[in-house]
Design a protein around this ligand. Structure first.
Ligand code: PEP
Ligand code: MN
Length: 284
């Protein structure tokens, strides 16, 4: 190992992973953390995609936290997913989405993982409802946002940037942690710019499995792998989940939907709850 690692990262190299406890049911550490839910929160009580019902199913499949985008950015804000011809995508429900997540949390007790995009969204309400704040790929180097997240007392799930290098990821974590909030988990979620599977499978992403053991050599920050965004294609989610765990990930965050093809965002990568259950069984 070279001696020229940043001092901060050197200090993080301890045998034991950082201890991030969300509540008595969820500690981001071994045995692995299982986070699942739809890409976007999209349905309320009585709706066919009722988030409370979804949360119950997610829980019964072994998840220990619920994911769902409220402040959800879409690449094309009006007409999305040009490449696949699916024109039903919608931007997130924002505050209304948070309210729905809150219902699901109250009903199931599952901690909530959700993204915020700007520090103006760090309101009391957001902090009350979201248990693990996700920093999205497109914000992975939004330093003002990272600085603000360093000043709160709340676990952060920090995604890898679109073309982020390992230094970018560790530097972003350092930025949050040096401000006082040491509750950071890293989330590799695939990279663009590698071989594209677009023509056959509709995916532009490549899973970044090797960064898992690399990060584990450099730091003791827990790693939650995202096999959904890193593959972009549902048939790949299960094998890549297995690869990530074998490589040393401490958990997975997976997109699942009651009717994957009808998900309002990321339909191609959403998996069924049956498949989710099969993946989560590995931790038993
Ligand atoms: C997400 O997890 O909902 C998401 C938008 O992922 P990413 O930021 O990795 O694209
Ligand atoms: Mn998504």
């Amino acid at each position: 190992m070279s001696n020229d690692l940043p001092i901060f990262i050197e200090n993080l190299r301890k045998d034991k992973k950082l201890d991030i406890s969300i509540d008595k049911n969820l500690k981001i550490d071994w045995p692995w953390t299982k986070i699942a839910g739809p890409c976007s929160v999209e349905g309320g009580p009585g709706d066919k995609y009722d988030i409370v019902e979804i949360a119950k199913i997610v829980k019964s499949n072994g998840a220990n936290a619920l994911r769902g985008g409220a402040y959800k950015p879409c690449t094309y804000p009006v007409v999305s997913s040009i490449s696949t011809g699916n024109y039903n995508w919608k931007e997130g429900l924002r505050e209304e989405g948070l309210d729905l997540l809150n219902l699901a949390k109250k009903e199931t007790g599952l901690p909530i993982v959700s993204e915020i995009m700007h520090d103006s969204q760090l309101t009391n309400k957001t902090l009350d409802i979201i248990d693990i704040i996700q920093v999205g790929t497109r914000n992975a180097q939004n330093y003002d946002l990272l600085d603000s997240l360093g000043e709160i007392n709340k676990p952060i799930l920090l995604k890898r940037g679109l073309y982020g290098q390992i230094e970018d990821m560790l530097g972003a974590a350092e930025r949050i942690m040096t401000r006082g909030n040491t509750q950071v988990a890293l989330c590799p979620r695939g990279v663009g710019g590698g071989p594209s599977y677009r023509h056959i499978f509709g995916s532009i992403w490549s899973p970044d499995i090797m960064i898992i053991p690399a990060l584990n050599e450099l730091s003791n920050i827990p790693i939650i792998y995202d096999p959904s965004h890193s593959t972009g294609y549902r048939n790949f989610v299960k094998p890549i989940s297995k690869a990530a765990l074998a490589a040393g990930a401490n958990g997975l965050i997976i997109e699942a939907h009651p009717n994957p093809d009808n998900s309002v965002s990321d339909p191609e990568q959403a998996i069924t709850f049956d498949t989710l259950g099969e993946i989560f069984e590995w931790s038993a």
